[in-house]
Design a protein around this ligand. Sequence first.
Ligand SMILES: [Zn+2]
Length: 690
Amino acid sequence: MEKVKSGKLTVLFISLGILLIMITGCNTDMKGYEEPAAKKGDTQTSTPWIDHSVKGRIKPGCRPDAKDDFYAFVNYDWLLNAEIQEGYSRESVFEGIERNTEKKVRALLTDHSIEGREAGLIRDFYDTILDWDRRNEEGMSPVIPVIEDIENIKTMEELSEFICDSERSALVPVFLNAYNSNSYKSPGQNVVFIEKDPLLLEDAAEYEELTGVGEALYYGKKELVITLMGRLGIDRERASYRFDRVMALEEQLASMSYSKAQIKAPDIYDKVSRIYTPKELEETVVSFPVSELIASLGYKEAAEYDVMEPEELKKLDELYKEDNLEVLKDYMIIKYLIFCSDKLDKECYEAYLKMQETISATKGSKDYENVAYNKVVGRLYEPVGYIYLREYASDDVKKKVSDLCEEIIKGYKEVIADEEWLSEAAKEKALLKLDNIRVNAVCPDKWRDYSGLEIKGLNYIDSVKRIDSYLRGLDNERTNRPVDGDYWNYGIFTCNAYYDPRDNSINIPLGILDGELYTDDLSLERLYGGLGAVIAHEISHSFDEKGSGFDEKGNGVDWWTKEDHGKFKEKSGRLMDYYNNMTGMDDIGINGENIYSEAMADMGALRVLLHMAKGIEDFDLDVFFRQYSRLWRCVVTPERESYILLKEEHPPNYLRVNATLQQFQEFYDTYDIKEGDGMYLAPKDRVSVW
Ligand SMILES: [Zn+2]
């Protein structure tokens, strides 16, 4: 999903699913799927399951038994038949829900009978993006003046002038960005964050040791830049040289940046996010015109700044010198070209698509209308959301979802009160956090005003320029003010749910409450097994290791005792070991360090839902477990699976189901699972933390 602003706080995207499957008898003599991959080291892999994520790995013939591989048992037919759509690298219920939403939003974008300013604005942008006649006619001309402007820079003074002139450098990545967001140090208060542009390879670790993911980014982006520079009359060899010298510059910046893995560490907030007054910042950064840039972006009045990675900023300052003038210019030109590549004519767009295919291993390409839709909702998510809500939301959905959240919070309070390993002091704090969770369900209470934004008649690039400048103005207004949680910073149609430790909120937008996941008449078991599991997973982050560093107001306070940390380490270590003994696709090991936290959240969710189910008469656990299994059904391309196994912080989906369910006695009792069955894990070996 396109984000207007990049923040380092990870937003967790979650996919969900439901499919009613007829259960047929299984001939246990036949193997419906390939043998598990080779075992890792001396330890026997503790899973008898194969990584089913890649299409084709489950063979027609026989469904495995529920006792042996519950995920494949429930989702067997779906896994055999699911197709990854053109332009995507995954198919799951997540994609299904997104397609439903897209259909509804696209109907709004093309319906000229809908009146009002917001409706006109989003239609104008959509039509402009799809105006291929104009785009093809203009060719590269919308970007040429900016590129020439940069090429003509002769001195460092001229470079600084360009960077600090927001009109001239609009849409050009100028090394740093600034934006208001909830402060880590003083939660509830907006602070201006100073962040460096994202790296071309997206992860600092890639500059030390290139993985397959980094390699795809490198070749994908380089080829795109060579094509676009070719359109500007720069030959292949020269373009390649210019790209590589920007890479070398980035390598130096990356040496002082945190890698994606490091950013995930629970104590990361102690290392990043340092507050500077304007004077301190000016004293620290001596060459790069940081104060002038911040002023040109409209944050001159800010009382203080939060620099995400101070060491990285110092490195940039060190590299900002005469010797590097040409490469600094190339940095801007190359990143500007990449940014504009999908907003110019068809030839550029095709080159952009080729890059996308290399990077994300998508199959084919999305249709133009789909792309235009994504662009509109990416930037104008509020006006679109406002109309979407008016046209599609039912009155009682907000109440129902909020009630479900409250029930789960209540369930967790009971579970936590009974938890044996947490200290009394930590329990008290966890309960306080649960008591104070802010539930943001369905839609915000307030919407910002877009009446001053007019893009009629502008071409695509200029529309983006105008919109971004307007959004910047809205962001400027937040400077030095308290955070108003009644506004949302993302679209209500987002198919996503997340917990934000900085304001202790659980967020469930309307976009996730669709199709298979939420209908007015869904049974309680299916509601718990699907949406309930997602919400419960997210709420567990309020009191788990990630949440232990923030109090009920979002202050960065560690409320676990030393003893709690010690016990957690021991428990999470067992959980990591359990996963480390497993192998995914093509012998790629499951990385326990990467995934333990999310695996734990899945287990916590199951624990609370099973606890809640105990109090409900005739609760059908079979329906509940099947729904939970459907929630995570998915097929992906091999490239995406390899990305998931190497980089993702969630376990691959077959493990989110099988390894989670086998922690719970209720599951064994429901399906009469015994020693020798594939799903069996001896009670002494179970690793659930909650
Ligand atoms: Zn999570």
